[in-house]
Design a protein around this ligand. Structure first.
Ligand SMILES: Cc1ncc(COP(=O)(O)O)c(C=O)c1O
Length: 410
């Protein structure tokens, strides 16, 4: 009889977002289809930039003509897009990277999930707590952890780096040796952003301990305060120890279009086999298991990086950041303690009166008809918080904040 990968069975009961959807649906069914205001999932809602759309239309025109039709492209992505990304890093963050260090993908989630395949099964993994769930779940499936520990609300075997109010939601490096560290700044779910000095502490640790940092910069364009780094490569030495994963989803509204990238420096030296090992292995992995990102998406991504496309995408980011401000200011005025939402589209709200994350989720659903995300779903340190997402039409965001202000007595 065939058997399944036993590590898959370790995954805790449900992925967070399907569980939220289940509860919201149940509530709606028992309340005669009352309209819910959804500020739960980080899903973009506004129309794509016209310049980006026009580039994608043009690509479709090319595909509709036999003379200009193209099929499979390079697994690593179109050279023009890899070059444009290298220029974007240089122009905006003064970071010099070789286009061949960029690997284009169908999104940051797949890359964040797949990258762990390159590491030994007995690698010790550290992760910010709370964190975007895919870092943890992919390593569970990859066999690097023990079982789900009900009492501790986490998997045994991980090194969790608590991101709590006391450290401004940015942890310090582990006090023990680890092999892989996942970091995300601006952070999903806390909305916190790491300073250069905080990232440097991790880079110094990684160089000393010969650990690899996997840095998720999917929200880098949401940084409004110029003192914060947008890329880990702004920190000297990061090119020897860090891989950066990023996305067009939250910057260009590509959540449905699908496009992301991963940078694997050829200078990454903290891995057995030395420089170029990870770059070569990731290249091998992508060529073997991935057939390249959509040529239409890549045409759109290219248009988003410069000129009118870039300006229009920046406007999209400003729109969501303004929603975040409305949420932060509106909820703070009710007496709730709110973090984030300045350099990030997420507002991290402390539950009142010591309520659990799920109890506050249920309260907001029941009294205000607002769907949020329980912080405990992102890790044990997320307990007693909920994440409120700024992705939504502004009129709905305003309605949701007003509904909480009117209907939830704190
Ligand atoms: C931190 C983080 N990384 C990656 C992603 C996924 O990005 P993509 O849509 O490119 O798969 C998300 C999506 O919410 C995210 O929050």
């Amino acid at each position: 009889m065939a058997s399944v990968n036993p590590n898959f069975l370790k995954l805790a009961s449900g992925y967070l977002f399907p569980e939220i959807a289940r509860r919201a649906k149940l509530w709606q069914e028992s309340h005669g289809g009352v309209e819910l205001l959804r500020l739960g999932i980080g899903n973009t809602t506004e129309a794509l930039s016209p310049a980006v759309c026009s580039a994608m239309h043009h690509e479709i025109d090319l595909l509709s003509d036999r003379a200009t039709y193209t099929g499979y492209g390079d697994e690593q992505g179109n050279t023009s897009l890899r070059k444009a990304l290298a220029s974007y890093y240089k122009q905006h963050w003064n970071v010099s990277l070789d286009p061949l260090e960029f690997f284009i993908s169908d999104g940051a989630k797949s890359d964040a999930a797949n990258f762990q395949e390159l590491f030994a099964t007995d690698s010790v993994v550290a992760v910010q707590d709370p964190a975007y769930p895919v870092y943890v779940d992919s390593n569970v499936v990859g066999g690097r952890t023990g079982n789900w520990n009900e009492k501790a609300s986490c998997y045994d075997g991980f090194v969790f780096l608590p991101s709590v109010a006391e450290n401004g939601f940015i942890p310090t490096p582990p006090e023990r040796h680890v092999d892989i560290i996942y970091l995300c700044s601006p952070n999903n779910p806390t909305g916190a952003v790491a300073t250069k000095a905080q990232l440097k502490a991790f880079v110094d640790y990684a160089l000393r301990e010969k650990a690899v940092i996997i840095f998720d910069s999917a929200y880098s364009e949401y940084i409004t305060e110029p003192c914060y780094p947008h890329s880990i490569y702004e920190v000297e030495g990061a090119e020897k120890c860090a891989v950066e994963i990023s996305s067009f989803s939250k910057f260009a509204g590509f959540t449905g279009v699908r496009l992301g990238w991963t940078i694997v420096p050829k200078t990454l030296s903290v891995i057995e086999g030395g420089n170029e090992m990870l770059n070569k292995l990731w290249n091998r992995r992508q060529c073997t298991f991935f057939n390249g990102a959509s040529n239409i998406s890549q045409a759109g991504g290219l248009a988003s990086l410069t000129g009118k496309g870039y300006e229009e995408c920046r406007s999209l980011v400003s729109y969501y950041l303004d929603n975040a401000r409305i949420i932060r200011e509106g909820l703070s005025s009710t007496g709730l303690t709110c973090h984030g939402g300045v350099n990030s589209p997420y507002v991290w709200v402390r539950t009142p009166h010591g309520l659990s994350s799920w109890d506050f989720f249920d309260l907001l659903l029941d009294k205000a008809h607002v769907v949020v995300t329980p912080g405990s779903g992102f890790g044990p340190s997320g307990e007693h918080y909920v994440r409120i997402s700024a992705y939504g039409h502004k009129e709905n965001v305003i309605k949701a904040v007003e509904s909480i202000r009117r209907n939830v007595s704190l």
